[in-house]
Write a protein that binds this ligand. Sequence first.
Ligand code: HEC
Ligand code: HEC
Length: 305
Amino acid sequence: MSENNPFPNENNTGHFWDDNLRELSNDPPGWWRIGFHASWIFCIVYFVLYPALPSLDGYTKGTMGWTAVGEYKQDLSAIDQVREKWERQINDPATTPAMIIADDELRNYTVRSAKVLFGDYCAACHGAGGAGNAAMSVSESGYPVLADDDWLYGGTVEQIQTTINNGRKGIMTPYGARLSSDEIEDLAKHVVALSEGSEHAAGKALFMEPTKGGCFACHGMDAKGLAPLGSANLTDAVWRFDVQGGGDNRLASARHTIAHGVNGELMDPQSRNAVMPAFGPLGKSLSEGTIKKLAVYVHQLGGGK
Ligand code: HEC
Ligand code: HEC
């Protein structure tokens, strides 16, 4: 820093380094000053209009009466107004799920709003998007896929609505105490063969013999299942009691189902547990409109008939 000012005609502060590196005291540029004044003016205007400063008994409210909660409520009621038109139609007892599906706008709205309902009420068992939950081991039961076109109780939207409303509990009696383990093995082999498009002769004979298996009584002469009983179609490659990994587990799974039955826990504690809870008045009491929405949603997952 130098004592002598080598630039006496200049607006400088008298601070020098080396020969001519120096600190000037010019006014800041015009654009900077406009920005500076605009910002404090903005602050004052903002503080007057909007809630801003904390005070001992709360905060300054501002002259516009604006609050974040108020704005949120306004947005919400705007959304409700749009929704109400559709909600009224869906909740009208005269509107059937088939009518909802036939109306593009109403169907789109229903599917979107039921997605959240499905997440809340159904996904814990049926998986996100109805992808199902395969059992971890052969003796567990898992939960059926709702997104395919394979149905125990039927895939029309009316049948799906009935399933959700009343719940389902298909019963298969256990055979462990009535048949020998060889007979159960033959039956299991027959069931696996059916799912692969062939047959197992000894197993088929037991399947059709009323005093032995008598399986046809519930699964049908063609083993394709009967929707009113929810007796699985045994001739397709879709396994209701699927096990992670599939493959060799199929035979073990069939053996377990035949020996211990389904929902027969009073007769056999190892019986498969396959209860779809009721969501209508007999169960969780969801509204009729909500159940209609869920039926349409499941129907639209891809496998609806
Ligand atoms: C506690 C677990 C559980 C919950 C929660 C549940 N389900 Fe189920 N659901 C099942 C089981 C188990 C079955 C299969 C019953 C059987 O095997 O007989 C089933 C079967 C079904 C079926 C019949 C599938 C077919 O192939 O015919 C539909 C449709 C269905 N559920 C829809 C729903 C919807 C929609 C919800 C939500 C509102 C829901 N489920 C909630 C366990 C559940
Ligand atoms: C009283 C009726 C009834 C009889 C008799 C019956 N079943 Fe079943 N069976 C069912 C029902 C209902 C289910 C489906 C359970 C479910 O998914 O909720 C089922 C499921 C099965 C399954 C599981 C299929 C899969 O996809 O995982 C097999 C295997 C099976 N039955 C084989 C047999 C055989 C073999 C016999 C004869 C020894 C037999 N059933 C007799 C009602 C019956």
